[in-house]
Design a protein around this ligand. Structure first.
Ligand code: FAD
Length: 280
């Protein structure tokens, strides 16, 4: 593979629940910080026990010197709680957020004061003006609860018009879904960078379960091959690395503004893909 044009790289983490998980994450952080990413991001567990840990993990990640973006969701917080969190983040020196509606762990919808991410974006802009660079979620294969691709795209456009600066996509394995989404976004006159979310493949069972929930499709040829490997984790990882490297190669050749890796708090799989790409 020849050298590809460089693009921005970012890495996403979830807040660990245990001290051992935190220690491990600090090692992962330091390895990935060596790649000089544009930013780290830390997820927000709406209504769940991880929720309060996002702030602490953000503090930990920032010690690496890498710009860190907390995720913030409105599904189970009232405006007062959100306002307080925005102030705390501002005081900490945070200038970037990923703003989401969020999902309750149970899958049920809680009665937040703000119902959709577009309302959260409006609220953040009202409260803090242009202080934060705001990222929103995008779904090249359609959000699972959306009535249609068309409706989902309209609501995506509403989030951007409410003040989002960039979008990060749900992961996908079909580059055409991404390119078609970006084309439709551009036809609407929306010019924000749409950064593809990249999910390294390391564990088929977990990937299949999660993909079912979030509406990401796994191509049949990929799932058949992963299934055939059974418990052979080395082969799953090697094949997964090849599939994801090829996907990223197509995306970078197609001019994507960046690659956002869902690390699942592991360094190896993302770094292997990046090293294969030789972006630098
Ligand atoms: P929205 O943009 O509000 O859309 C949600 C659904 O409502 C869509 O089906 C949309 O079409 C529809 N909709 C939007 N506006 C309207 C309207 N006005 N009227 C009717 N329907 C409407 N989840 C977490 O809990 N924590 C995280 O940290 C987290 N991080 C994520 C990071 C990324 C990059 C991505 C892609 C997803 C992340 N998620 C996270 C998952 C996300 O919260 C879920 O996908 C959630 O179901 C939708 O969030 P959203 O911000 O896209 O919602």
């Amino acid at each position: 593979m020849g050298t590809l044009q460089p693009c921005d790289i970012s890495f996403e983490f979830f807040p660990p629940r245990t001290d051992a998980g935190r220690d491990k994450l600090m090692q992962v952080r330091d390895r990935l910080a060596g790649y000089d990413p544009k930013f780290f991001s830390v997820t927000f567990g709406a209504g769940g026990s991880t929720r309060n840990h996002t702030y602490d993990t953000v503090c930990d990640m920032r010690q690496s010197g890498i710009n860190t973006a907390p995720h913030l969701s409105c599904v189970s917080s009232d405006k007062g709680e959100l306002r307080e969190l925005l102030l705390r983040y501002r005081e900490l020196g945070i200038d970037r957020l990923v703003a989401l509606r969020g999902d309750m762990p149970s899958g049920t919808m809680a009665a937040g004061e703000l119902r959709y991410a577009s309302e959260l974006i409006e609220f953040i802009r009202e409260e803090t003006g242009d202080h934060f660079n705001l990222a929103v979620a995008a779904y090249p294969e359609c959000h699972p609860q959306a009535a249609s691709l068309e409706r989902d795209l309209e609501f995506f456009a509403a989030k951007v018009r409410a003040g989002a600066d960039i979008a990060i996509t749900q992961y996908f394995f079909d580059a055409d879904a991404y390119f078609y989404f970006v084309e439709r976004v551009q036809r609407l006159g929306i010019a924000v960078p749409v950064i593809p979310g990249i999910m390294p493949i390391t564990n088929y069972t977990k990937l299949a379960r999660f993909s079912e929930t979030c509406g990401a499709s796994i191509p049949r040829w990929v799932s058949k091959q992963l299934e055939a490997y059974g418990d052979d984790n080395d082969s799953i990882r090697a094949f997964g690395e090849e599939v994801v490297t090829r996907l990223c190669q197509r995306l970078v050749e197609g001019g994507v503004p960046g690659l956002h890796f869902y690390t699942l708090n592991q360094a190896e799989a993302s770094l292997n893909v990046l090293n294969n790409l030789s972006l630098r």
